[in-house]
Design a protein around this ligand. Structure first.
Ligand code: GN1
Ligand code: MG
Length: 357
């Protein structure tokens, strides 16, 4: 459907959009939902084309968000968690031309693909840490799984093994990257050893830097967005995805292979921020687990990108056919960089945990 053809249907579905002249344009860089900006000249909304191939259980999302909404009434947060605006029938999802849409108030501010100053790493991480502490009262076990086994590293690993096992025509470079990923079994084993040790928290599970809205001056976090993957998880997931996307010299889409590396100074800012957010709730085991969180999340994404490449780009949006392969290579290089820096990260961790406790 042409974008402008959406407007009449939206206007009849949402009372706030009735009898207005509204313009519509693409927004953002998300890989799953489609994101559009609606503007009536004085107010803006985000219209999201909901991806129900990826999110098969919209009711579970609604349920999780309702738990947050109730908790926020008595426990205000220093930033916004944007929730879908109900349509005239009281539903968050509206079906138009066979496709599902959601409407949100637009939160003014800036989104970043990469930080431009280390203080932004600190603010981003503090916000996610504060969110984890704030949501402890809700309880990770109360949340429903919106994508089953989303961050189960062992299952992501097994999936790649199965999909690659069916291919007999891998190129030399594909085989090299596959071998690297298969060599990560020890990290998968460590991950499995943590499952009975770490408490289940309410985690965001997609804490990449562009899922935050910063104030115009980039000093403050105004909103945490993309709340569909909110569910029970481990703190190392949220901290780890920050490391993956913020403490890396380049974005996950970069193909400048020689310039992709970990920035330990940014890791320091991230850890300090997250620690300040979670210090009231975290167990010693959780604090320790943060150290490998970045590796875990980078491995998960690398496995997922590579699997999607082998399956013909059925999941992630790509702008060219080799893009998922390149993303998998990018994540491999970044994972290697983290592994080469394990000692340095451990020293940073010790310094922060000793001085902050
Ligand atoms: C997807 O929708 P978006 O772009 O915020 C993905 C995340 C990945 C990310 C990689 C539901 O997030 O898990 O980390 O791409 N979300 C889902 O960029 O699969
Ligand atoms: Mg997003």
């Amino acid at each position: 459907m042409m974008l402008s053809n959406l407007i009449p249907a939206l206007s009849s579905s949402y009372s706030i959009l009735e009898n207005q002249t509204i313009s519509i344009s693409p927004l953002g860089e998300g890989l799953i939902h489609e994101t559009l900006l609606l503007d009536n000249g004085s107010h803006q909304w985000v219209l999201q084309g909901f991806n129900d191939m990826v999110f098969n259980f919209p009711d579970r999302i609604d349920y999780n968000l309702s738990l947050l909404s109730v908790h926020s009434e008595s426990h205000p947060l220093p930033f916004v968690l944007p929730l879908p605006i109900p349509n005239k029938s009281g539903n968050g999802l509206t079906e138009i031309g066979g496709k599902k849409y959601r409407l949100f108030d637009f939160v003014k501010g800036k989104t970043l693909q990469l930080i431009s100053d280390p203080t932004q790493a600190y603010s981003a991480s503090l916000a996610y840490g504060e969110f984890a502490a704030w949501s402890t009262a809700i309880g990770g076990e109360k949340m429903l799984e919106t994508i089953p086994n989303f961050h189960r590293l062992d299952l992501r690993f097994e999936k790649l093994v199965a999909v690659a096992g069916e291919k007999s025509d891998l190129s030399v470079e594909e085989t090299e990257i596959l071998d690297f990923y298969l060599s990560q079994q020890p990290l998968v084993d460590w991950y499995l050893s943590q499952l009975n040790v770490l408490p289940l928290r309410v985690t965001h599970n997609d804490t990449k830097i562009n899922n935050l809205i910063f104030s115009e001056d980039l000093k403050k976090v105004e909103a945490l967005i993309d709340l569909d993957t909110l569910m029970g998880g481990y703190l190392m997931y949220d901290f780890g995805d920050l490391v993956r996307t913020v403490a890396c010299s380049l974005q996950e889409t970069s193909t400048q292979w020689n310039a992709i590396h970990l920035i330990p100074e940014i890791f320091t800012q991230l850890l300090q921020g997250y620690w300040n957010g979670i210090k009231g709730i975290a167990t010693p085991e959780e604090l320790k687990s943060l150290l490998l969180g970045g590796e875990i999340m980078t491995l998960i994404m690398g496995l997922r990108f590579f699997t999607d490449h082998l399956q013909g780009n059925v999941y992630y949006r790509v702008t060219y056919p080799e893009q998922n392969f390149h993303r998998a290579k990018n994540q491999m290089i970044f994972l290697k960089s983290q592994q080469e820096n394990r000692d340095i990260l451990h020293e940073i961790w010790q310094k922060i945990t000793l001085t902050s406790s």
